[in-house]
Design a protein around this ligand. Structure first.
Ligand SMILES: [Fe+2]
Ligand SMILES: [Fe+2]
Length: 191
């Protein structure tokens, strides 16, 4: 443990970079025709979904309430709305095969929504958090976010409001159900 612990903003920005890398690979596979490439597209889309859901629910439960209290309730609300929209897109995408003509369209929508959301978070919200929350607090919050992501849901649940309380109430059942389905189907590889 010689390494200095990352604070919450570093953790969330690292997640963003991972998602962007997956997006870039997905874009390079656009119009892919072989079965192997199609399978890779589907697999990457599943990984993006898992990562985005865990990340977003962690933000909704642990980060946005702090933003609401200490930074700006408008910024927190705006971010929740963007999550809700992207979650709808993720759910539509989950139902499509990679060779479905709608798949590319929904994927493009998702990438646009998420890239815009990342820009908002990093350009405004996170910058504002740095101004008002001290480094020690940001590190502690980072630890909680990392622990939370390990037990967070992995599939979109657009019927659950994007707020801390409903997310926490629905979380254990949703998360267990998602993870059992993932294990049964072999979806995702990292957990
Ligand atoms: Fe984020
Ligand atoms: Fe977010």
């Amino acid at each position: 443990m010689a390494e200095q612990r990352r604070d919450v903003i570093e953790i969330l920005e690292h997640d963003h970079r991972e998602v962007e890398e997956m997006f870039t690979e997905l874009e390079s596979l656009r119009g892919a025709s072989t079965e192997e490439q199609q399978a890779r597209r589907k697999e990457l889309t599943e990984q993006v979904t898992i990562e985005l859901v865990r990340h977003s629910v962690a933000e909704e439960v642990l980060v946005y309430p702090r933003v609401e209290k200490q930074v700006s309730s408008e910024e927190a609300e705006h971010a929740r709305e963007e999550h809700a929209e992207a979650e709808e897109t993720l759910q539509r995408l989950e139902k499509l095969d990679a060779d479905d003509s709608l798949f590319d369209e929904e994927l493009a929508t998702l990438m646009e929504e998420i890239r815009h959301h990342i820009e908002d978070e990093e350009g405004q919200m996170f910058a504002h958090m740095r101004q008002v929350i001290d480094e020690d607090e940001l590190r502690k919050l980072g630890e909680r976010v990392e622990a939370f992501k390990k037990v967070a849901p992995t599939r979109p649940h657009p019927n659950v409001p994007n707020e801390a309380l409903p997310r926490t109430a629905a979380g254990p059942a949703a998360s267990l159900f998602d993870r059992m389905r993932d294990l049964a189907s072999g979806r995702g590889t990292d957990n």
